[in-house]
Write a protein that binds this ligand. Structure first.
Ligand code: RIB
Ligand code: CA
Length: 310
């Protein structure tokens, strides 16, 4: 049976591919897409989520806008990677997918309330919406099956030395979610940097020959160009789709259970995920941490999904 999911995102080049992987694979049933301020301001991430669905010819999935900034801090768009509109590169078509009139919180609540089975949350941006939902809708937390989050890192970060961007944007939200006691899988930079966009990957996406693949090639080329300029990585890491790939096939990545704390007070490390991989602290493990990616399997899933779209 397809896995019912809500994708909470901040498109964002890699977010778009996570949406496409979920939409193009029969094992995933996207019940809703919610947006959050992260890679771009909320107006951009919300517009871009609608563009992602429009390009792919995907209809019937409600899209609702969520938090326009972190719980306590100010919004810090990652223009250095994603551009001023958070989806730099291609000319963006006018989205034909409407914006749902509900807030992200209300849409998540409605989907969970109506679901006849628990729903998986797939946050691939800052965890602001998820934290707000856990705080304001405690009566529906029992309808959450698990959370599969792209964020954090077992090692170096990508904002300064140790913080990863999604956790860095809203450390208080990440701390609240990781303390929630819900089943959480963390897809951090340590594994996402194994999903490198090689020339062969770009060629495979382009060779599909559909509109989605052509648009996707423009996204990948822009994303690689900024990663090359900013991080010296000409083959950019396609972080977010790994979350969806794990829901399709758990064998696509190995995981290790560990205790993870989020630094919220550090002057230089705020947002860093402190992953106690060797149980040095004797704290109860709270997260399944993704470690090693089956790279071929991952890219095959992505290419096969794009092929199913418009
Ligand atoms: O650090 C990578 C994460 O930050 C990804 O989710 C990317 O889309 C950005 O949101
Ligand atoms: Ca993202």
């Amino acid at each position: 049976m397809p896995v019912p999911v809500i994708i909470d995102c901040d498109p964002g080049h890699d977010d778009v591919f996570a949406i496409w992987l979920a939409a193009g694979n029969p094992d995933i049933d996207i019940r809703a897409i919610t947006t959050v301020s992260g890679n771009g301001y909320l107006e951009h991430t919300t517009y871009n989520a609608r563009v992602a669905l429009t390009v792919a010819g995907v209809t019937g999935i409600p899209v609702a806008a969520g938090a326009d900034g972190p719980l306590e801090r100010k919004a810090t768009p990652a223009t250095w990677i994603h551009g001023e509109n958070a989806l730099g590169g291609p000319e963006l078509p006018e989205p034909t997918v409407p914006l749902d009139g509900r807030s992200a919180l209300q849409l998540i609540a409605d989907v969970l309330a109506e679901a006849d089975e628990p729903v998986t949350l797939v946050p691939i941006g800052p965890l602001t919406n998820i934290a707000l939902f856990l705080r304001e809708k405690p009566e529906l937390v029992g309808k959450i099956k698990e959370i599969v989050w792209m964020g954090g890192s077992t090692g170096r970060g990508n904002v300064g030395a140790y913080p990863e961007f999604n956790a860095w944007c809203d450390p208080e939200a990440a701390d609240l979610v990781l303390r929630s006691g819900l089943p959480i899988t963390m897809v951090g930079l340590n594994i996402s940097h194994q999903a490198l966009i090689t020339a062969e990957v770009i060629d495979r996406i382009g060779a599909i020959g559909n509109r989605t693949g052509a648009f996707g090639v423009e996204l990948l080329r822009y994303f690689c160009s900024t990663y090359d300029k900013v991080e010296g990585m000409p083959e950019g890491p396609l972080h977010d789709p790994i979350t969806v790939a794990l829901l399709i096939d758990r064998a696509v990545a190995t995981v290790r259970r560990a205790h993870v704390d989020v630094e919220t007070k550090g002057e230089f490390t705020s947002g860093a995920t402190c992953v106690d991989l060797h149980d040095m602290l004797g704290k109860e493990p709270n997260v399944d941490v993704a470690i090693t990616l089956d790279v071929d399997r991952f890219w095959n899933l992505v290419v096969d999904a794009v092929r199913e779209l418009a």
